[in-house]
Design a protein around this ligand. Sequence first.
Ligand code: UD1
Length: 482
Amino acid sequence: MEATPITTPTSSGTVYTVPATDSSKHDSTQHSAAASDTASVIEIWGGQTLSGHIPISGAKNSALVVLGGTLLCSETCRIRNIPDLMDIGRMASVLTALGLKVSRNGSMLDIDASHVSHSKAPYDIVSKLRASFFVIGPLLARLGVARVPLPGGCAIGARPVELHIRGLQALGAHVHMDHGVVHAYVPGARGKLKGAKIYLDYPSVGATETLMMAATLAEGETILENAAQEPEVIDLANFCRAMGAKIRGAGTNTITIMGVPSLHRTDYSIIPDRIEAGTYLVAGALTRSEITVGPVDPDHLSPLIAKLRETGSKVEIENRSQIRISPGEKIAPADVQTLPYPGFPTDMQAQFMALLTLAEGNSMVSETVFENRLQHVAEFNRMGADIRVKGDCAIVRGVSHLSGAPVTGSDLRASAALAIAGLAAKGKTTLYGLHHLDRGYEKFEEKLTNVGARLRRIPLSEADEAAQPTITEEPAIAAALK
Ligand code: UD1
């Protein structure tokens, strides 16, 4: 059962409060976006051509880690361009559970971290929001002690955190596991981490962020080698630098951090969400429409733009912060391999696969970042696509059209991919499992409706019950379509 909403609206905005005695209420539902929506579905009528501009919100993944980063500073930071999403509410809940005061006014959050009263993050939120594990770095740097439950696996893979832990150990932390909780502390009276040279076996985004935050307050110099180069890592580095941290090389594979004794307040704005922008660009390509999206940094979308052009779309950059997509003669096939940045993002794999289902020819999609991120294939096949999975590859044979169907997203991006496939399909698609979609897309239906799409959110009870898929029948349906 979902926990009780604990938002406290005020005239100046929303104050996040968490009763310290009741951990069951440390839930995302305190933020102002829709509560975890398992009670609704979205109906989508395909076949409309889209036209106009889709505004892009602040980057979810940047915002999440920057919120965690506010723990590093014992003053109040103001963070702007925060999207109104369930995941953001969850991260705010973690911070309030640790003793911080968080208040929201529109897309602006004020976070007062002058008082950190707890060093233990609550399990019920960390288990729902993997990114909340990343508070382990700043907590340890600030307090010399942190206790964070292991986040566990999720729909797209096991998602271990050993790179975070090994890096923190290299910085001098003692780490052990007890009843599913990672206990980390810095020995010695000063409780200060010590700079070190750390080679990451894999350029993990989260591990790079955890260790970069931890190193900002460590004694001496830390060098992160084989670091992640994602734009969100650069955004976090810029935020930390705005607080007075000394960081060089973010955006390259070697990041150098010279520890400072303390950080100070700042007013910082989050970058636009490249994955949200990318999702709508693919929606434009799928529906053979001309639309613009922005603001967004086109450089952040280079691999997607290259692949959209390869599949025949015309893509133009306007004013350095807006992208226009318009249809070419046909949708051509393309092979795609997901890779760490600047490779093709795993977070765009499902949406791009939706486009390839309608290509004139065969494409291959290979997922190298997460081991279990092709679950949407069965759902696309339910809509009439022709996709076969072999290991971590999907072979997509283009079909002439998709047919609307009841579908369920297995994760956030899979849900968005199914929704935009529905925009191009014949007839009605009913999307179930909206708790995934609401984690990462602000005003999803509104933004699409404003450019001419036909979709609406309705209570589950009003959806065609006969059409509702069940977990057990999904494989049977996919097989029957073959
Ligand atoms: C972040 C993004 C997520 C995106 C992913 C890859 C956030 C909140 N989420 O997730 O949307 O899909 O980057 O671009 O920013 N790994 C290990 N050991 C570790 C850490 C990671 O083996 O200690 C593996 C993971 O299991 C995965 C791969 O490394 O197979 C990439 O994971 P990582 O880059 O860490 O992703 P996240 O930071 O979790």
